[in-house]
Design a protein around this ligand. Sequence first.
Ligand code: NAI
Ligand code: MG
Length: 331
Amino acid sequence: MKIAVVEGDGIGKEVIPAAIEVLDVLALPVEKVPVELGYAKWEKTGSAITDDDLAVLKECDCILFGAITTPSDPTYKSVLLTIRKELDMYANIRPIKPINGIVGVTGRSDFNLVIVRENTEGMYSGIEELHEDVAYTKRVITRKGSARIADYACKLAKSRQHRLEIAHKSNVLKSDRLFLDVCRQTASSYHIDHHDTLVDSMAYNLIVHPNRYDVVVTTNLFGDILSDMAAALVGGLGLVPSANIGKGHAFFEPVHGSAPDIAGKGIANPIAAILSLKMMLEWYELNHQAKLVQDAIEFAINQNIVTPDLGGISTTREVGNTIAERVKQLI
Ligand code: NAI
Ligand code: MG
């Protein structure tokens, strides 16, 4: 196992060490390759990610990633978009599942869904122009890009409850007519029960009727927004992990960003990062170890060893230590 470890900026530097502590107690044959990327590096060197960094990332099986701060400078090129494009990580998988012992804003725990977000095109295609009085962002949707994300979502639905929800805005956006058509055709070919919803209505229904959904497939920007919103169902951004899957490579990161408002205080919730590690273990088919990590997270929550975002008084380190120690006991 050769894993690139990118802490990044802000709370990435706090939550990733907590996840690594948990990885270390599993005593797996892992080579960890630290890679420095992000805003701090950009300030120092003028480049947030270099070709050499990309080459190192490509040599690793996968990446465990914290978060990166995005400056407002228009010349800055997004590290995340660069990695997703360069390594062709087309599927962004965001499981939205209740965690035992935590109740989200809606107070319900009868849901278990996955948001599958197309990760390489759509509104984040990077084809943009910024002028004095007008700016353009081209939204590119291709048949090929839509087909491969639809294929991924259908395979996932087959392994779950065989239900696919397609979230789109085809009543306004021609690009989404193509996306919707391709998703429908793919779902029919897989004999998957499929349905579609306009994304604005989806935003409402996701909060009011989250139990209606199994696998939700959508385009890049919509998936970005819906998944942060869905984090509220689970109990906050500090709890939701994600996987970016490509052909042969993958990268795992919490859904949250670098949280400058709490960075450096030692109070960031490390659970999203540790659940991202759990998704990595599942990707390696280390399902027993993944289960241990899940059990240890629930143990910390049951002991009320949680950070302030969950109403606790523990630090990032204390939560990480508790989870790592529990994994050690469970092995
Ligand atoms: P954010 O996710 O960093 O923070 C939103 C709110 O949630 C803040 O109040 C923060 O304190 C809280 N929060 C987030 N993670 C938490 C955790 N683990 N524990 C406790 N509280 C947590 O989003 P925001 O503030 O919009 O963005 C901050 C920076 O991060 C920006 O520069 C943005 O571009 C970047 N960003 C980076 C991402 C990435 O690298 N994947 C994803 C999202 C944002
Ligand atoms: Mg986001």
